[in-house]
Write a protein that binds this ligand. Structure first.
Ligand code: GLC
Length: 450
């Protein structure tokens, strides 16, 4: 059965659905998910295998999240359908106006590369249910709306710019007729879970190598209801090296703290917006500064986490100018600091300072100074002996003096050498360690000298 529609036929279908049958119900008449031959590849994942698969991701550190869907047409946040109680048939009308500019994803990928990012994660289907990919299991797709498979365009653009490719996929679905019913009706659950598994299979089959599968919101089912083990076993068979996040409710490869930077022992990725909305919200002017973003990236690096920073393109796929400006500035900083951000770090217990964060690599401590104190700076309680120091970038020498209680770095320029975050590299005779408590306990306050 040919499920590909011409644009005109698609528009008619969408238009007719408003008056009579919601498009969503056509899903029920869609062909059953393709079964195909049994996939090749491992079904389980050992700790060693997981560490190997995660290696590129740790090194990459910095990625671009893209929230883009029909909500971008509304321009009132990606939860507009739910938050404003918009009926399915009314909301679907937005698909008629979905008409992205040519090569929109290429501009995202170029911006990501210029910002020093190494991977991208795009919403293939958000909670609204609209599929940016050419799903054969529903007509509610970009292909039907505008004759383009936006996931394919995205994959090609990302690859062309050297980016790893991630797919965000929302399990929660406000459009599918069984999306809520599945919690209380077994027949509905069966249909819906088959639909979800079928779509994930499409995503893992039709776009070549996929590097990340980024599930979201598992409401209203539990992992058992989603048959999440079976689902992810299938995913790993189709994409043996893929990384899977934890939002089906089973842990998999990495955790996903949202809008906060929270380190954990498991691999973690902090996802964050640049203003307060994931999807385009024209009135949201609460933009972080480029300096905030760099500081967050540094903090993720310090604790060996990843930073997935969001853009919410306009309906036509172009990127809001504020995001372009912020990421351009971040990219300027990354031009001279990429080596500090990418690649493994060591655990860092040097945390006490009011002007800087710190990153540790081997015997080196990198003070990532956000509030430049002038020609000299002090760090309390360093337990390791500092050997030398220099400004990161220029390599200009910095004078080092140290007692049991504090380390003095002097001969610095009066103003920061980078307007956002300036880095001083200090080399020690062992892995840098701080014991700030001993300053409080043992320092004789009347002592003179350093
Ligand atoms: C939340 C929101 C969703 C967003 C996601 C990103 O789960 O529901 O809109 O896509 O966070 O992490």
């Amino acid at each position: 059965m040919n499920t590909r529609f011409t644009r005109r036929a698609a528009m008619q279908a969408i238009g007719a659905s408003a008056a009579a049958l919601p498009l969503s119900s056509q899903v029920l008449n869609a062909p059953t998910p393709p079964q195909g031959p049994p996939p090749k590849g491992p079904t389980t994942s050992t700790p060693e295998d997981r560490a190997r698969r995660l290696q590129w991701w740790h090194e990459a550190r910095f990625g671009m999240f893209i929230h883009w869907g029909l909500y971008s047409i509304y321009g009132r946040h990606e939860w507009v359908m739910e938050n404003e109680g918009i009926p399915v048939a009314e909301y679907e009308q937005a698909a008629k106006r979905f008409n992205p500019v040519p090569n929109a994803p290429r501009a995202w990928a170029q911006l990501a590369r210029r910002a020093g990012m190494k991977y991208m994660v795009m919403t293939t289907k958000h909670h609204e249910g609209f599929c940016q990919f050419d799903s054969k299991l529903t007509n509610y797709t970009a292909m039907t709306a505008c004759g383009r498979d936006m996931v394919r365009e995205y994959v090609e653009a990302a690859r062309a710019e050297g980016m790893r490719v991630g797919f965000y996929y929302s399990l929660m679905d406000w459009h599918h007729p069984d999306g809520a019913l599945c919690a209380t009706d077994e027949a509905a659950r069966r249909r819906f879970v088959d639909y979800i598994h079928g779509q994930v299979r499409e995503l893992c089959t039709n776009y070549g190598k996929v590097d990340i599968l980024w599930y979201d919101v598992n409401w209203p089912l539990k992992p058992e209801g989603w048959e999440a083990v079976k689902l992810n076993t299938m995913v790993r068979q189709l994409q043996p090296d893929i990384l899977i996040n934890n939002r089906t409710g089973i842990p998999e490869d990495f955790t996903t703290p949202e809008q906060v930077i929270r380190a954990s022992d498991e691999p973690w990725e902090s996802c964050m917006t640049m203003n307060d909305s994931w999807g385009y919200q024209r009135a949201d002017d609460n933009w972080k500064t480029p300096k905030n973003i760099v500081r967050n990236l540094v903090r993720c690096t310090r604790d060996n986490g990843n930073y997935l920073l969001n853009i919410g393109p306009h309906a036509d796929g172009t990127i809001p100018i504020e995001s372009v400006n912020i990421l351009t500035e971040v990219g300027r900083w990354m031009d001279t600091h990429a080596a500090l951000i990418h690649g493994p770090v060591d655990p860092c217990n040097v945390k006490r300072s009011q002007f800087s964060d710190f990153i540790v690599r081997g015997n080196k401590l990198y003070a990532t100074v956000q509030f430049w104190p002038g020609s000299e700076v002090w760090i309390g309680g360093m337990k390791t002996k500092a050997l030398s120091a220099r400004l990161y970038g220029s390599g200009a020498p910095v004078k080092v003096e140290q007692s049991d209680f504090r380390l003095r770095l002097s001969g610095l320029p009066a103003t920061p050498h980078d307007p956002m975050v300036s880095v001083i590299e200090v080399e020690f005779d062992g892995p840098p360690a701080q014991d700030a408590m001993q300053v409080r306990q043992k320092r004789a306050r009347r002592m003179v000298g350093i």
